[in-house]
Design a protein around this ligand. Sequence first.
Ligand SMILES: Cc1cc2nc3c(=O)[nH]c(=O)nc-3n(C[C@H](O)[C@H](O)[C@H](O)COP(=O)(O)O)c2cc1C
Length: 354
Amino acid sequence: MPLFRSLRKRARRLLWGWAYRRLARPLLFTLPPETAMTVGERALAPRILWRALAPSSAEISAPASVGGLALRNPVGLAAGLDKRCAYLGSLAALGFGYVVGGTVTAGPRPGNPKPRVLRLRERESVINALGFPGDGLDAALRRLERLPRTGARILVSIAALEEQEAADCLSRLEPVVDGVEINVSSPNTEGLRRFHEPEALRGLIGSLNAVREKPLFVKIPPYKTDDDEERERVLRLVRVCREEGVDAVTAANTIPVEDARLATGRGGLSGRPILENMLAMLPEVRSELGNDVGLNACGGVASADDARRALAAGANTVQLYTALIFHGPALVEEICAGLQAKPAVSAEPRAAIA
Ligand SMILES: Cc1cc2nc3c(=O)[nH]c(=O)nc-3n(C[C@H](O)[C@H](O)[C@H](O)COP(=O)(O)O)c2cc1C
């Protein structure tokens, strides 16, 4: 009987994966990327449907924790897919251990001029220069207040150009979320670069620490691991995160690239091409953080094997976004099943740099 049940689960996963890759994806990919994203959002709207299709808790059980949050599994949704926090219930039903809504800003923003998203099909990647389009904190709060709680933790990413604005956003969000991720790393919002200065970042985290009661994650920019100067600049920020007592660091955001097809001429690269660089960052970031601060691996994760490598390299969880576009909603279950079948072995001991 257990064999029959496990075969049935596997068949269901394969069917889901097949339906997305063979039917939904070809249709979506005939549309311009931003239109396809809107269609994807519409498909996520009927929460009842996604909850009916949700995997059982046993199928996605691979207990983990990060920054003091116990999770049903270590697979998180990265910020950016649900900027308005409108579909987090449906996204949670896909089986994620946690979902990060946003990035939410204090007021509504139109984002950057279009075209601002490119899909690089062969490379399983995306370049985006969205620049935080959204309807602002009040609207996101109204949706979060109505969000029924299931097994996934709910976090929201925020961004602000001033410390006080960030602290206000955090205090208004905390009653309705399990934690907040502060985004200081979007390559598409010029003003955020201010927080790439260690003392500016220290000031920002200090303002958040003064008001917060729940876990705080900081999403850092990536560095190219073959560039010593860039590495040192980002690791200095990681050190500030550790010294100021944040609960977890998310490493990392998209890699800035130039592309004349975007109205802004540049954007952030995500998906498969950034995986190896992200994996190479992890032991270095972990080494700076020591073992008391959580680490979320984000960049190009698209399979159980990728997740296992990230966890073995020092991460507590993985976050993904672009792989969902290419592999569809069954991916979360697939990764959890892979982690159940063969858990990650962490690279011990994790010596911290003194
Ligand atoms: C279309 C798009 C929009 C994004 N928007 C945000 C955002 O609002 N806030 C944020 O912190 N990261 C944002 N990201 C970055 C992702 O959260 C993630 O860091 C990055 O895409 C790398 O992970 P991935 O390769 O799994 O997508 C966005 C990424 C994409 C592709």
